[in-house]
Design a protein around this ligand. Structure first.
Ligand SMILES: Cc1cc2nc3c(=O)[nH]c(=O)nc-3n(C[C@H](O)[C@H](O)[C@H](O)COP(=O)(O)O)c2cc1C
Length: 179
């Protein structure tokens, strides 16, 4: 898939078919995370592939915002260990994985807000690990295909040279929606 189409077309997917995710697809997604940049190339992440139904159900109970984890075919947990910028480094690896998944026809959704200690215990993670997400991954059900959230207009979130200053000598920056 072309890069822009992947970035622009991806949506959060919270409903999955029962179809198992092939191991080579999972490996490709993990590789995409592995190749993400990190502060000083420290690579302070650990990715845990979870397919076990009982563990997925337990994960869904350890956050208030990801009940659908319980029914997903699998999830990838991203934990940061000894990171100076845990959320920044994790964010880059997660976005790489999310886009690599989308590129292969799979849906994901970042789930946050995990109770840290019980999640570490569930997965055997060391005591200093920070659980950033467990994102479910699977083939989207038909209903979610083509859905997409609105975004703020570019003119509201970007400035030229100084905050609040509009793009010089140009038409209003409202054209990216149609790309
Ligand atoms: C840091 C972060 C945390 C998120 N946490 C959750 C979450 O706990 N549960 C959930 O259902 N979605 C979560 N999301 C998904 C966002 O709600 C979703 O990406 C956003 O509404 C935009 O929709 P889109 O991904 O379809 O473009 C999270 C996304 C990010 C980037």
């Amino acid at each position: 898939m072309e890069t822009w189409a992947c970035i622009r077309g991806r949506v959060a997917v919270r409903s999955f078919t029962d179809q198992e995710v092939p191991e080579e697809v999972v490996l490709r997604v993990l590789e995409a995370g592995r190749w993400a940049p990190s502060s000083k190339n420290s690579q302070p992440w650990h990715f845990i592939v979870v397919r076990d139904r009982a563990t997925l159900q337990e994960l869904s109970r350890l956050t208030q915002t990801g009940p659908y984890l319980a029914n997903a075919p699998m999830a990838i947990v991203v934990a940061m260990i000894g990171a100076k910028f845990p959320e920044a480094d994790a964010g880059r690896a997660i976005q790489n994985m999310v886009l690599a998944a989308w590129d292969q026809g799979l849906g994901t959704c970042w789930v946050a807000n995990f109770e840290q200690e019980p999640t570490r215990r569930l997965l055997g993670l060391p005591g200093d690990a920070v659980v950033i997400t467990a994102f479910p991954m699977g083939f989207p059900t038909a209903e979610v295909a083509g859905r997409g959230k609105r975004r703020k207009p570019l003119a509201e979130i970007a400035s030229w040279e100084r905050f609040g200053q509009h793009r010089p000598r140009s038409e209003p920056a409202a054209t990216t929606e149609s790309l």
